[in-house]
Design a protein around this ligand. Sequence first.
Ligand code: AMP
Length: 285
Amino acid sequence: MKIVKTVKKMQSLSEGLRLRGQRIAFVPTMGYFHDGHISLMKEARKIADCVVVSIYVNPTQFGPKEDFSKYPRDLDRDLKMADSANVDVIFYPSNREMYPAYYQTYVDVEKVTQNLCGMSRPGHFRGVTTVCSKLFNIVKPHVAIFGKKDFQQFITIKRMVDDLNMDLQILGFPTVREADGLAMSSRNQYLSKEERLSALTLFQALKSAQRMYRKGERKSSEIIDQAERLIERAPFTKIDYVKICDTKTLKDIQNIKGESVMALAVKVGKTRLIDNHVFGDELKI
Ligand code: AMP
């Protein structure tokens, strides 16, 4: 496995691969790997000649009061895990490499970023779309792979790639969960033992939404009320949002018809967790 730290070297490596007709699959990450990340690397492995994974905690997607400086990092562990997943190249740039002096260009996707996490994390998606545009220009992948755990991120990136005619395919894969249903996240390690128990209510709320939907309930407010009650019952929880949206526009909907997603963000202690469920999909552990 190669480790590349500069933009120039990554670009020339990718250019060489492309000239030799090799297909490049790319998995952008912020590191501190768990099985969710590994599942994406394995999907990449199935469809490409060369699998590139970036590890970069992107400062522009964190708000001033968010956890940028304490975001978990463990490069040695990540390298071992990526190597075991048969990754070919790790792109591991510095902040200076990504945002040199005089940097001033940003990419903004307007509408799908307004609701959900866009409301409580202003500027977050602008940072995500900017860094992904840069990474796509650096890694030059044929396909980039994202987790649907970050559903709004996935929809936003797809929108950007379509709108800007970027010449790559975006694929999304299902959320990988712990044995009890908690969505895997690098941030789960912030949780105390008691908070970890409360964090399970996110999954339970989605399960209850799925049950109500299967029984024929289509009124968003009924499903949301029930989910909120479940979450509020658990200690340490503070709801940021529980919403049901159209999966294309990510606008709130009153009644479920067409493809719809229930998305939630909950603070458990100081840790903000997100999860979602697309009605009609499986909600698998
Ligand atoms: P992150 O390092 O958290 O920025 O995530 C990197 C990629 O992994 C993103 O595409 C995430 O959506 C994806 N991801 C994170 N957690 C999970 C999970 N539990 N299951 C599947 N994909 C995930």
